[in-house]
Design a protein. Structure first.
Length: 73
């Protein structure tokens, strides 16, 4: 449960950052048959897909290393 709380906190921080940066949040935690997208945002004419990875240390690597090829695809 601790990881879920940390993940929710990270998503809230990311959402607030995006809003302050002028992005409009279209959807959060969008789910479909092939997976889930944490945040979908709109900035001018661009639709942005955001994967949030919250870590308290780099013991298990950097957050960007946790975004797999499958998730990027």
């Amino acid at each position: 449960m601790k990881n879920k709380i940390l993940g929710n906190l990270g998503e809230t921080i990311a959402e607030n950052y995006l809003k302050k940066s002028g992005y409009n949040i279209v959807c959060k935690n969008f789910r479909c048959s092939i997976g889930e997208i944490d945040i979908i945002a709109l900035n001018k004419n661009s639709l942005i897909f955001v994967e949030v990875k919250t870590r308290t240390s780099t013991k298990f690597g950097y957050p960007k290393e946790a975004v797999t090829y499958h998730k990027k695809k």
